[in-house]
Design a protein around this ligand. Structure first.
Ligand SMILES: Cc1ncc(COP(=O)(O)O)c(C=O)c1O
Length: 450
């Protein structure tokens, strides 16, 4: 058993730290749990009260190779002892180039690519849009319902959900247009309405027709610079795009010289069972944004794309003091090694099928589990008050999260309606740990009450 609870959760020291946090830190940054961490390894977290918990969150989909993987930690240590910061814009260094070269090779697309490194997912998104506009000399950007692209102004504008991400923060950036994402479970022209079992391809066709109408008639391809899409919606509720829809988007963007950007910040680096979700969709984007799993826990993000698009900014037009920190580059290169030389992807695919099977079983047994979906280990389910009305049960998801962490399992929610339970365990989790976690999740499903 990995979980060992010695105190109630949160324990006394976590509670003490939370009081200090309330005093010194603004309320804006949220917490999924009130648990303060002392250390973490593999798929377990030790809190400051000596409790051991299982992690099905991976720090929001970051620790794909596990907490404190030995080779990643060693790479960080070695680099930190050598030099930690000089700024790539002042005196460049080799591991930045090495990482860009690796990403140029590993990302989908058999053409000359270049990579730019930044610090966070939102920053990667910002830079991808800047480059797409500079390259096309056009302004409009199309994004999707339920999308999440980050919290800076452009990334927030591209994000769909208003509360908490946008509320009170307007005005937003101009020339951003939104179109429906194929979400078959809630598709009837009314997101919250009762929808009959609908053919997912029919949803794809309707969404694509709306997208096309938006670009052709309300923007015009003449003014449309880019389309940005998550191959699997992350914060939006773990909704995978179909290969059919991906192919339609790809063909349309190519025909109209619109830059197609795949945001793989959450779905990338093995989360879906392939290095990038795009590979399973047969999608070759013009640009791809990555972050989270890339750094194995260190802050780093990347924009990789066709060389001529990436070269569109003038010298000094993109950059930053810390972007592509040598310590983060060292960590990311160790992560790339693990994926290229190890068997993490094989493990991820094995986990993905186990998770899917277990969740389908929970769906059979629990009427509140409305829709199991995802790709690979990027798997989740909707909690609904009633299977017929599909009324989202956000409070149920909150209750379940609390029950789980109080019993030693950390999970997260997602979705525009806050009712999706998403599972983002480290891909190195053992079968025994996986079943231990699912056992708590199932007890939680019995426990939660309307
Ligand atoms: C798809 C996607 N894009 C962008 C971001 C923003 O990344 P960051 O929080 O590192 O700015 C996230 C974060 O959850 C994400 O899931």
């Amino acid at each position: 058993m990995s979980i060992k609870l010695r105190t109630e959760i949160p324990g006394p020291r976590s509670r003490e730290l939370m009081t200090a946090r309330q005093h010194h830190v603004p309320r804006g940054p949220f917490h999924v749990t009130p648990i303060f961490v002392k250390s973490a390894k593999g798929a377990t977290i030790e809190d400051v009260d000596g409790n051991l918990l299982l992690d099905f969150a991976s720090g929001i989909g970051v620790n794909n190779v596990g907490h404190c993987d030995g080779s990643v930690a060693a790479a960080v240590r070695d680099q930190a002892e050598n030099f930690m910061h000089v700024a790539f814009n002042v005196t460049p260094y080799e591991n930045y180039i090495e990482l860009c070269k690796r990403l140029n090779t590993l990302t989908p697309g058999d053409f000359h690519k270049k990579t730019f490194l930044a610090n966070s997912g939102a920053e990667a998104v910002e830079n991808a849009i800047k480059l797409a506009r500079a390259y096309t000399k056009k302004q409009a950007v199309v994004c999707f319902d339920h999308a999440f692209h980050g919290r800076t102004y452009m990334a927030m504008t591209l994000t769909s959900k208003a509360k908490p991400y946008k509320m009170g923060f307007g005005p937003f950036n101009p020339e951003v247009y939104r179109t429906p994402f194929p979400y078959p479970y809630r598709w009837a022209g009314n997101a919250l309405g009762v929808s009959p079992a609908i053919d997912p391809q029919a949803v794809d066709d309707q969404c694509f027709a709306e997208f096309k109408d938006l670009v052709i008639n309300r923007i015009t391809p003449y003014d449309c610079a880019a389309v940005i899409v998550e191959p699997v919606l992350g914060e939006g509720g773990f909704i995978p795009m179909s290969p059919y829809f991906a192919a339609k988007l790809r063909a349309f963007c190519s025909e109209h010289k619109i830059v197609l950007i795949a945001d793989e910040i959450q779905s990338g680096f093995g989360r879906t069972g392939s290095l990038f979700a795009c590979e399973q969709l047969g999608l070759v984007p013009d640009m791809i944004t990555t972050a989270k799993g890339l750094g194995g826990g260190m802050p780093i993000s990347a924009v990789t794309g066709k060389a001529d698009i990436m070269d569109a900014a003038c010298e000094g037009g993109i950059g930053g003091t810390f972007g592509g920190s040598p310590v983060s580059c060292a960590a990311a290169l160790a992560v790339c090694d693990l994926f290229e030389k190890g068997d993490i992807l094989k493990r991820a695919r094995h986990l993905g099928s186990q998770i899917h099977e277990t969740l389908l079983d929970l769906e059979k047994k629990h009427a509140v589990v409305g829709n199991v979906r995802g790709l690979g280990t990027m798997m989740g389910f909707e909690l609904v008050k009633d299977r017929t009305t599909k009324e989202p049960w956000a409070d149920g998801a909150k209750q379940l999260t609390k029950f789980c962490y109080e019993h030693g399992l950390i999970i997260m929610t997602a979705g525009t309606y806050g009712n999706v339970v998403r599972l983002l365990m480290p891909l190195v989790i053992s079968d025994a740990e996986l079943s231990e976690g699912f056992e708590i999740l199932e007890r939680g499903l019995h426990f939660i009450k309307a």
